[in-house]
Design a protein around this ligand. Structure first.
Ligand SMILES: [Zn+2]
Length: 133
């Protein structure tokens, strides 16, 4: 419909995973003519059956297998990323040292500020004194 090319691409309508055995996953796919629906099943990431009349392995099996492989990889990556984020939050030394450093920087600034305030009237007094001289 969108493209005049006759390249077949699988449209996945549903994905279901068997509760009894999570290695078994089936996809309901819409055929290229847009009306027929087939069920393509995988076992442990390998396509093993399809209800379409094509000779096996059909393009549904190949594409569903690729979709499932992507899904598995993305899940593994996001699991790894979230583990890394939580580890970083717990063990990030830089964040901890910043937290320690901040109060001492504030304290140093306060010392500098109070010294300047102490020196200010002295400077004025000594100037006044020198004027009287
Ligand atoms: Zn098929």
């Amino acid at each position: 419909m969108k493209s005049p090319k006759q390249q077949k691409s699988v449209q996945i309508t549903t994905r279901f995973q068997f509760k009894a055995d999570s290695r078994k996953v089936c996809y309901t796919v819409r055929s290229s003519n847009g009306t027929d629906e087939y069920t393509t099943c995988l076992f442990a990431g390998k396509a093993c059956s399809c209800t379409c009349p094509s000779r096996k392995p059909c393009y549904h099996m190949a594409q569903v297998e690729a979709v499932e492989a992507n899904r598995t990889r993305e899940q593994a990556e996001s699991a790894k990323a979230s583990t890394f984020e939580s580890l970083k939050a717990t063990y990030d030394v830089r964040t901890t040292s910043e937290r320690v450093q901040n109060p001492s920087t504030i304290a140093t600034n306060m010392v500098i500020e109070s010294k300047r305030r102490q020196q200010a009237p002295l400077a004025g007094a000594s100037r006044g004194f020198s004027l009287m001289k």
